[in-house]
Write a new protein. Structure first.
Length: 202
């Protein structure tokens, strides 16, 4: 299921890189790999806010797949105006499935149908079912895939969610902080490194 975790960097501006369990204010909380685990995410954020009423949240991607509540996760995160986000490889492929394009080109995945079929074994079915899509309909389209069939299947995914995934950046950074989901080549210029292929699903 989900691999939810959280990193805490201490110091008023987060610069000293130590960790603490004491009550804090205005720290940067870095959360990764939610994977559709909405209730676990809510519990984690509640624990954070009990310790840090002015917490700043940074999310490291992989919001969907595997867990049963991807829709609820996206609904929550897409309304958090004061948080920062980057895309993970699961978000990248879901973007390709629902929007027909993604941030990075994927030579081995030619379009929405290939993305749909390739990520079903990695929890895409759970994501679609969280949007109220019937498992039998998922199986039917997987058995006889077609552009029209996939388009019809994905109708329950709201336009607001589609736009949110399309707008997810590959990286977010501040003067003393850089966040990327995975596979960042520090020896490449920023523009080139941001365009490196996402890793395969774990």
């Amino acid at each position: 299921m989900g691999g939810l975790y959280c990193e805490l960097w201490i110091g008023g501006d987060g610069r000293n890189g130590t960790r603490s369990s004491s009550r804090l204010n205005g720290m940067r909380w870095i959360i990764g790999d939610v994977h559709g685990m909405f209730r676990m995410l809510l519990a984690l954020m509640e624990q954070v806010r009990q310790r840090d009423a002015d917490a700043r949240f940074y999310f490291v991607g992989d919001y969907v797949n595997r867990g049963p509540e991807s829709k609820q996760v996206v609904e929550l995160l897409s309304t958090m105006r004061d948080a920062r986000f980057v895309r993970g490889n699961h978000d990248e492929i879901f973007d390709l499935v629902i929007n027909g394009k993604s941030y990075e080109s994927h030579p081995e995945i030619f379009g929405s149908i290939e993305a749909f079929l390739s990520f079903l074994p990695f929890g895409l079915d759970a994501t679609l079912m969280s949007y109220g899509i019937d498992s039998a309909d998922i199986e039917r389209v997987a058995h006889r895939p077609s552009p029209d069939g996939l388009k019809k299947l994905l109708e329950p995914v709201p336009e607001s969610h589609r736009k949110w995934f399309a707008a997810l950046p590959a990286v977010t950074q501040e003067l003393d902080l850089l966040i990327v989901h995975a596979k960042w080549d520090v020896d490449l210029p920023n523009d080139s490194a941001a365009r490196q292929p996402s890793p395969p699903p774990p």
